[in-house]
Design a protein around this ligand. Structure first.
Ligand code: CTP
Ligand code: MG
Length: 335
């Protein structure tokens, strides 16, 4: 009877794994979307270079970090070398030019935390946000993309976690839950911690890439093609990893003392980072260190109400993965 149960269990896991992989596949953007993005980027490049000949446009965020779903908006950074520019002025000027070039829904949000111009291209139907000189975001986008190349399970796990977070309404920073960027860092850290490890710690290796941005030195090993096969000693399936991820955040993470850190590939203490008290609006109820801006806790948006919502959602997901032989329906059930 034992054997029968084990076999039944294994076939459950295989079925679960196939279902999760099918969801992952269904969220991958098709090639024609990439072509449309390129088309829009070329148009914007032409507009921008009229006014700022030395400037460059960089795509960052989900369209460039390989964690983007089909139909994502594009995040673009306009990089202007001149240190004396006034960002608001640039954005207002840019908004003007975009409007005269027949782009739709153009809106300059100069007072946002990251000031941007929003627009929609009627030609391709793509929406995008353009910010100015947010070069750190371009660099952390590259870091995420490089990690994704090492083991496909990172992209699979992060897609499932992002899809879960969006379905459950816990991917809304202005409501005190976490950004997609934070969830991807949680996935990278989690895979660094598996034994055997599925991902290395790129910032702990001999750097092959190094830039200084806003006085922050960003350096890490980026020859990731040399690391493919790194995680092959660990045979864990996607279903097993999704279960273990939610189990970790539901029952194993020490919220009172721990900071997760992709930069060091380890757990740091809140005490060492001086993240033990509330300072201003930063409460540090869940601590996720930014890999480059190390004083930045990506959990700082979380407040005493939303931390409960988040933890209950982690527990709910862990429970579903543990008990439901067909978890995909409930896991992604709209809240
Ligand atoms: N970013 C950052 N610091 C944050 C939040 C975001 O540097 N606190 C940057 C990162 O480069 C990130 C990008 O902004 O890749 C976009 O953030 P976000 O919208 O959270 O992630 P996306 O990958 O674009 O996810 P989504 O599919 O939800 O748009
Ligand atoms: Mg985005």
């Amino acid at each position: 009877r034992m054997l029968k149960r084990q076999i039944a269990c294994r076939s459950d896991i295989n079925r679960m794994n196939a279902a999760l992989l099918a969801i992952y596949e269904s969220l991958i953007p098709p090639e024609e979307e990439k072509a449309k993005q390129k088309q829009l980027l070329a148009l914007l490049d032409k507009i921008v270079s009229k006014e700022w000949p030395g400037a460059r446009l960089y795509v960052y965020g989900s369209c460039a970090n390989s964690f983007g779903f089909s139909k994502s908006d594009i995040d673009i950074c306009l990089a202007i070398e001149d240190a004396n520019i006034d960002k608001s002025e640039v954005l207002l000027k840019l908004a003007d030019m975009l409007q005269s070039d027949n782009l739709q829904d153009v809106q300059a949000l100069t007072r946002a935390r990251v000031p941007i111009v929003k627009l929609m291209d009627p030609e391709t139907g793509i929406s995008c946000d353009i910010c100015v000189n947010n070069v750190l975001a371009v660099v952390n986008t590259k870091l995420l993309r490089d990690y994704a190349h090492i083991d496909v399970r990172l992209r699979q796990l992060a897609f499932i976690v992002k899809h879960w977070a969006k379905s459950r309404g816990v991917n809304v920073t202005y409501q005190g839950t976490l950004s997609s960027y934070a969830y991807v860092l949680m996935c990278i850290h989690f895979l660094q911690q598996r034994r055997p490890a599925i991902l290395p710690c790129l910032q702990g290796m001999q750097p092959t890439y190094s830039v200084t941005v806003d006085n922050i030195e960003c350096a890490y090993f980026d020859k990731v093609e040399k690391l493919c096969g790194f995680g092959s000693h660990n045979g864990e399936s996607l279903a097993r990893l999704v279960w273990a991820f939610f189990n970790y955040w539901a029952y194993c993470h020490d919220y009172a003392n721990d900071v997760i850190s992709v930069r060091t590939g380890s757990i740091l203490s809140k005490r060492a980072k001086d993240w033990t008290r509330r300072i201003g609006n930063d409460r540090h109820l869940i601590c996720i260190e930014d890999p480059f801006e190390v004083s930045h806790d990506l959990g700082r948006v979380v407040d005493k109400f939303s931390i409960r919502v988040l933890r209950e959602e982690f527990e709910r997901a862990a429970e579903i993965m543990q008990c439901d032989p067909n978890p995909c329906v409930k896991l992604f059930e709209p809240y």
